[in-house]
Write a protein that binds this ligand. Structure first.
Ligand code: SF4
Ligand code: SF4
Length: 377
């Protein structure tokens, strides 16, 4: 089960593509009472023995770090808390970090991830402070600082139509900073065109070349769009529990207590579109979510040879492209094809290098060798 707590909708950034709107308002920050209800929802709704993945999200969640720590204490004190079953993470915009925050994150066993779009010329295009000033210098400094404490920390970059062709530069920038766990995600609300779809094979192939070069140079780097596809190809397809389970095995909570199938669908938290219920509701009943990860409504997928390797089931991505949780759009289709093609090529080339795919088969791609190199083990 995956639960995301948007502890605040406030943020010190004003990103061009932010999907949290209506940031000021009486429900901008989660109250302690709502947080308590969320924790109870999590414990009471999760079937016994299921693992629980809790993520803190925003707005900028570290603006409410005291609230996060209070939620963590509540979870740790709960009679049903079992450390073997819980994973915790926080995704921050990278503007707030200190030795004290690192110590608390370690103490509470919360894994941090930082969102950064790449070098200054890309980061400062879309990700600026609320007064419009650039964020790159602050975020770069905090990435370096955080890596001292969390060497395998993920960094998430969003790319847009005007930065797609610079994606290999983004990878090179992060690798030079010492980042060894890179996530690359398209801005799902952007206007992607056929021209962008045609660029994908070339861009992903250049990233594949970097991936191979880093491995050969003894500085391997996990790159999500490559490693996730190598894994799924070697394993023969996505397992049911690896697919998006929004609204069934995955819920996101707005500061108001409203429950959504995914954090990307909270938006203005209007309590209507996408909303499944509220943790303060007396009945505790949730609306049924129409997402179905097993059955896409796109007829092209039915006869597609790579459908078992494809994330055509990502409900929020589909919704932003087509208005239907179950129908993938043309850009994601092209992106999935390009990443599968890149992964196939790398499986062949890595095989020639005598690469062991044990980590991929275990579902933790590259973690042991990246750990060895960075001294994690
Ligand atoms: S850092 Fe996140 S929440 Fe803040 S403005 Fe940017 S996208 Fe929105
Ligand atoms: S690659 Fe395209 S056609 Fe094939 S399953 Fe994915 S979205 Fe459907």
């Amino acid at each position: 089960m995956k639960y995301t707590l948007a502890v605040t909708r406030q943020c010190n950034f004003g990103c061009a593509y932010c999907y949290i709107s209506g940031i000021s308002g009486h429900d901008a920050v989660m109250s302690h009472e709502t947080a308590e209800r969320v924790v109870e929802f999590i414990f009471s709704r999760t079937p016994e023995h299921e693992n629980i993945d809790i993520g803190f999200f925003g707005g900028e969640p570290l603006l409410e770090f005291e609230l996060i720590k209070s939620i963590m204490r509540r979870i740790y004190r709960h009679e049903r808390y079992d450390p073997e079953r819980f994973l915790f993470s926080v995704v921050t915009n990278g503007s707030i970090f200190s030795d004290a925050i690192a110590a608390d994150l370690r103490e509470f066993r919360i894994s941090p991830g930082i969102s950064c779009d790449g070098p200054a010329c890309i980061q400062n295009r879309s990700r600026v402070f609320r007064d419009g000033s650039p964020t790159s210098a602050a975020v770069e400094g905090n990435i370096r600082h955080a890596l001292e404490f969390f060497p395998f920390m993920p960094v998430n970059a969003v790319y847009s139509p005007d930065t797609l062709d610079m994606l290999p530069d983004v990878v090179e920038y992060f690798h030079a900073l010492g980042v060894r766990n890179i996530y690359l995600n398209p801005d799902i609300s952007a206007r992607w065109t056929a021209r962008h779809a045609e660029m994908l094979d070339g861009v992903f192939s250049r990233i594949g070349t970097l991936y191979l070069d880093y491995y050969k140079a003894g500085a391997p780097c996990h790159i999500s769009l490559i490693d996730s596809k190598i894994t799924v190809i070697l394993r023969g397809g996505y397992e049911p529990l690896e697919r998006c389970r929004m609204g069934k095995g995955e819920f996101a909570f707005a500061p108001s207590g409203n429950i959504y199938p995914c954090e990307r669908l909270i938006g203005s938290d209007d309590g209507d579109r996408h909303c499944l219920g509220n943790v303060h509701s007396a009945t505790g009943m949730l609306k049924r979510c129409s997402h179905d990860s097993e059955h896409t409504s796109n007829p092209f997928c039915l006869n597609c040879g790579i459908s078992r390797y494809c994330m055509n089931w990502c409900g929020c991505t589909n919704y932003f492209a087509t208005g239907d949780y179950n129908s993938p759009g043309a850009f994601i289709c092209a992106s999935e094809k390009a990443s599968v093609t890149t992964a196939y090529a790398l499986i062949e080339k890595l095989g020639e290098e005598g690469f062991s795919f044990a980590d991929h088969l275990a579902g933790t791609p590259l973690q042991s060798i990246v750990g060895e190199v960075s001294g994690l083990q």
